[in-house]
Design a protein around this ligand. Structure first.
Ligand SMILES: [Zn+2]
Length: 316
């Protein structure tokens, strides 16, 4: 059995693991980012963390085939450079030569959402399919496309940015500077914003009770919980949110026609109360839905480990 070391690089934490060629995460370790303002300090911390993890797993550097890294940004190729990773302040950082010299192993980079898609494809919800789209609903909306075992990176690695599909003409302003992106209607943050706005218009809603009179306590589950208890405002928020998700997802399906769509991120934990109505809407919106069945939207199964497992599979 061959093994890789894998890094899931976030803005606040570095997840480091040992992954088998079959996609099993055999050892996992996490450290807080010490300095996200200085790329060199972060690279130094990543190199040290990798060597420490290999040792802590009871392995030698020579037992490891390569180091795979999921980057929260865009890489020109899997050898870099990292063109842009705003959360860690990286602009044109040539990470690979630095890390290869410090660690003494080949290093491969991938976008973190792409790595999560690879993880789900090989070891999670996409295991029995040839093609998969992964969509992660979190602070934003991220995604990855895997076709016949390979990622579709797009030109210069800028492909698969599902969060920035224009969904609503002249809509809410997005973090990317444009208006009406899928992300500002489909992310967990968007759901919280909608819940808050609707609660303000509906003082009779159960939402007020659920957040103890303080709208700052609203979470991604609040509207779903209210809807479950029969609250009309909660039901309207959930219905609208799922409609936006269905619009975005069916658009993506019409372009790539994957065999399955895998949903990740905290919102996907809503389970059937999200997935059943979502699948119903997506099935109706997809092209030629009366002739050919639309792909199923299913929940990711690897949770937070998808990214690190996918990074660990980059070279296998
Ligand atoms: Zn955008």
């Amino acid at each position: 059995m061959k093994y890789s070391a894998a890094i899931d690089l976030g803005g606040t934490n570095i997840g480091i693991g040992i992954v088998s060629e079959e996609g099993e995460l055999v050892f996992k370790y996490s450290v807080p980012v010490e300095d996200n303002k200085n790329p060199e300090a972060l690279l130094e911390q990543m190199a040290k963390g990798t060597l420490d993890t290999i040792a802590a797993a009871g392995m030698e550097v020579s037992d490891i085939a390569f180091v795979g890294i999921g980057i929260p940004g865009v890489c020109r190729s899997n050898k870099g450079p990292v063109i842009l990773a705003p959360n860690i302040n990286w602009h044109n950082v040539d990470a690979v030569p630095f890390l290869e010299e410090r660690i003494g192993l080949p290093v491969l980079l991938g976008n973190d959402a792409d790595c999560a898609a690879m993880g789900e494809y090989y070891a999670g919800a996409g295991k029995q399919y040839q093609s998969l789209i992964m969509i992660t609903l979190g602070t934003g909306v991220g995604g990855g496309v895997v076709i016949d075992g390979k990622l579709f990176p797009g030109c210069n690695g800028f492909g698969g940015e599902f969060g920035h599909i224009p969904l609503v003409h002249g809509g809410v302003k997005c973090g990317c500077g444009k208006h009406g992106c899928f992300e500002v209607y489909g992310s967990a943050n968007a759901l919280k914003r909608e819940t808050r706005e609707m609660a303000e218009q509906h003082p009779e809603s159960l939402i007020w009770e659920m957040c103890e009179g303080n709208l700052d306590n609203i979470g991604g589950r609040t509207a779903f919980d209210a809807a479950d208890q029969g609250d009309e405002t909660g039901k309207a928020i959930v219905e609208q949110y799922i409609s936006y998700l269905a619009d975005g997802i069916s658009g993506i399906v019409n372009i790539f026609r994957p065999e399955v769509v895998v949903l990740g991120g905290g919102v996907s934990n809503q389970g059937a109360s999200l997935l059943d109505p979502l699948n119903e809407k997506v099935a109706k919106l997809c092209y030629a839905n009366e002739t050919i069945e639309a792909p199923k939207v299913v929940k990711a199964t690897l949770g937070n480990s998808a990214g690190i497992i996918g990074a660990g599979l980059l070279g296998f």
